[in-house]
Design a protein around this ligand. Structure first.
Ligand code: FES
Length: 150
């Protein structure tokens, strides 16, 4: 995903456009989608726009693993650590990907964990960039990672 450069004025307008939907998560997801992260500068404006505290905004941002406060430098690879995926090898896949990540730093793979992507029957589940991978294994994930990179 190509993110735009952070623009506080534009970001505030984006937050304002989400107020009618009544859910600060929608505004935070919109910021994440637009910029690739939620700049901490936006917390105050989101709090004011939705009449909640900055602490509540911080709580939302830190609760949802998809929301980030910094731009990820590279392609994100997320591995589901939900119980169903762990039962079919997600821990092994995560270890293998972390090993790949550490041995190929120049490729800018950013490995992280998520919990249940709703694809439990086809676990282990991984997401490379924005693409869901069912029955994931190291070869399939790395192949897709290379495709996303090119
Ligand atoms: S537990 Fe992994 S997708 Fe549900």
């Amino acid at each position: 995903m190509s993110a735009r450069e952070w623009d506080p004025i534009e970001a505030n307008a984006l937050v304002n456009s989400c107020v009618m939907r009544g859910n600060p998560l929608v505004a935070l997801q919109s910021l994440q989608s637009q910029y690739g992260f939620v700049h901490p500068e936006a917390f105050e404006h989101v709090a004011q726009a939705f009449n909640i505290s900055r602490a509540e905004v911080f709580g939302i941002v830190t609760y949802y693993s998809d929301l980030r406060t910094e731009l990820v430098n590279g392609t994100e690879v997320r591995v589901c650590m939900g119980e169903a995926c762990q039962a079919v090898g997600a821990r092994t896949l995560l270890r293998e990907l972390e090993h790949f990540e550490s041995n190929h730093a120049e490729m800018h793979m950013f490995v992280s964990e998520v919990f249940c992507m709703g694809n439990c029957a086809l676990g282990p589940t991984a997401v490379v960039g924005a693409t869901l991978v069912g029955l994931a294994n190291i070869d399939a994930v790395v192949t897709l990672f290379h495709e996303v990179q090119s």
